[in-house]
Design a protein around this ligand. Sequence first.
Ligand SMILES: [Zn+2]
Length: 294
Amino acid sequence: MAKTGISFCDNPEPEFYKMAGIGTPDPIRDFEPDAKNPHHKPSALRRLASTAVTHIIDIVTPPVCLHCHEPMTAHDTLCPTCWSSIDFIRPPLCERLGIPLPYDVGTETISAKAAANPPNYARARAVARYDGVMRHMIHDLKFHDRHDARKLFGRWMCETGRHLIADADIVVPVPLHRLKLLRRRFNQSALLAAEVARSANLPHAPLVLVRTRTTTPQVGLTRIQRQQNVSGAFTVPSKSRSVIQCRRVLLIDDVITTGATISAATKALLEAGATSVDVLSLGLVTDTAASIGL
Ligand SMILES: [Zn+2]
């Protein structure tokens, strides 16, 4: 029997959708109808057309869980089992680093790690811890050309980063070096950035930030070695600087592992004239963050 998807928010407020620029949920486009929402009044003709299109799509490509492929009643979602195994990052959070805090003190809180080693970006937020189902799904996106979850990823990122989106002028992905881009054929961060920009109705600038050299994997390096590995690896070419000058940039990455990469990218954006940089990612390696003071 097909399973019904569940929502990230139990009762999302209409104001959230306005802030995120993704519109009030649509019973066809989104996986969870909100029949009680008074703001949602699609026309009868539109409902009929959407229902017909949905039935055709369901016949051609029956909806399945994006991770385990269990039959579902809607596209672009996960079954309850896979959904419940994702460790979504929720408040209380460090205002700067976005890492979970052990308790809520009722005000905006800066973690001891952020106070001791302040990041050059303003705020970072991530959807979930980088483990389990989330890790597998991001691996599928990066290494197995599985792009079918990008809409769900985009919705998650818009919900998680709604306050960052509200303050942003432009969306910029962390770039790959051109040699890696040739091998992989796509930049997974740019795919995510495109989804966020489209949903939030913000400009997307996938080419403004450039990775000038290849970097070795950060795994196994010390904190200082990680910083040295990516130091100077990014730049904004002079011809592109006008795109981000005096703009508040929302930098998109797929996974925040050590913080060194997004710090190096932020440095290049600020040097090129960006007013501020916030960072939004899908996954966060919290163990690494705890051990190195991300
Ligand atoms: Zn599943």
